[in-house]
Design a protein around this ligand. Structure first.
Ligand SMILES: Cc1cc2nc3c(=O)[nH]c(=O)nc-3n(C[C@H](O)[C@H](O)[C@H](O)COP(=O)(O)O)c2cc1C
Length: 325
């Protein structure tokens, strides 16, 4: 057991949260994270209807009796997402926590979620948006440095600077993300003042994550310098592994391509083919710089146990140095 305001708020053993990842954050992954003592999250944007989300929530409940969360996407999307109905399902199913993400404030959903006893964690990539989330009533705020996989925002501030800056600005507990793959990143984030961490990339390369085996193999070979920032020209910057599709998108962006032109490469469907069908060149291969720290495909429990035990070893080292007395 580790104790922070985040573990207390969410009723979890360790302040380790698995971030929502479109297509990948399904029941099996979320339940595995919750069973291992963290907070697993399923992604509502995977679904077209409230009924489908409810079915996934029930499936997750059948796999774990521990708390888990649901990610609500506030990102602009080509197809409209029935977030209003998703919030009703989340409330009715007694979900413990919601992770909202996107530059938009979660304001409109917070009163209904709070009325149902759901804790709201707003995730963003800037201190400004984190503050807005807090002012809107979020119970906790996550900031992700630009090392992270998926959406990185427009400002490219690393976690090493973003986290302490946000901690200094906020009253609610802060969760840090971006580049955390093992005990070292976990302890560093707590040392910077965070009370929990969010992890995406490391969990992609686990047995329970539905990432296609070819993608997992690619992750084992990829180095930390093999990701690129795509979709910046449309103010929707994402970090992805470099592949032919990313190179094509970068070239098109440099020539002023429109969103419609880029969609042939950046659509959610192309990304799904990369992640779930192993068509590695078909679209964006969202992934963080932490890929360079990943050398195996363990179970989720092995990842979390490794972080927890490793954190204790680091504590011993810091004691020897004299930092902890
Ligand atoms: C493949 C992939 C897909 C992601 N999709 C989403 C998403 O749909 N919604 C969201 O809020 N965050 C998404 N994220 C971000 C993660 O939830 C998490 O914040 C991030 O991965 C943490 O940084 P890390 O990748 O360095 O661990 C995604 C990340 C990855 C790697």
């Amino acid at each position: 057991m580790f104790k922070t305001r985040i573990t207390e708020m969410l009723g979890i053993q360790y302040p380790i949260i698995q971030g929502g990842m479109l297509w990948l954050s399904q029941a099996e992954l979320a339940a595995a994270v919750s069973n291992a003592g963290g907070l697993g999250i399923i992604t509502s944007a995977n679904f077209n209807s409230a009924a489908e989300l409810r079915a996934e929530i029930r499936k997750t409940k059948s796999l774990t009796d521990r708390p888990f969360g649901v990610n609500l996407s506030l990102f602009p999307a080509m197809k409209s997402i029935p977030n209003d109905e998703f919030v009703s399902v989340i409330a009715e199913e007694g979900i413990k926590a919601v992770e909202t993400s996107g530059a938009k404030s979660p304001e409109e959903f917070i009163p209904r979620l709070h009325a149902a006893g759901v804790k709201v964690i707003h995730k963003t990539a800037t201190v400004r948006h984190a503050k807005k989330g807090e002012q809107a009533g979020a119970d906790a705020v996550t900031v992700v440095g630009c090392e992270n996989g998926g959406a990185v925002g427009m400002e490219d501030v690393t976690a090493m600077v973003l986290v302490p800056k946000a901690v200094d600005t906020m009253q609610v507990p802060l969760i840090a993300g971006g580049g955390i793959a093992d005990a070292r990143g976990f302890v560093a984030a707590l040392a910077l003042g965070a009370e929990g961490v969010v992890i995406g990339t490391r969990f992609m390369a686990t047995k329970e994550c539905p990432t296609h085996p070819k993608f997992k193999e690619w992750m084992l070979k990829a180095r930390e310098n093999e990701t690129v920032l795509v979709e910046r020209s449309i103010r929707n910057t994402h970090r992805a592994l470099r592949n032919k599709a990313a190179e094509k998108v970068l070239e098109m962006e440099s020539k002023g391509a429109t969103l419609e032109q880029l969609m042939a490469w950046i659509s959610g469907e192309n990304y799904r083919k990369v992640m779930l069908e192993g068509e590695l060149e078909a679209g964006m291969a969202y992934c963080g710089q932490a890929v360079g720290l990943i050398n195996d495909i363990p179970t989720v429990k092995e990842v979390i146990d490794g972080i927890v035990n490793g954190a204790r070893t680091i504590g011993n080292r810091l004691t020897k140095i004299g930092i902890i007395t």
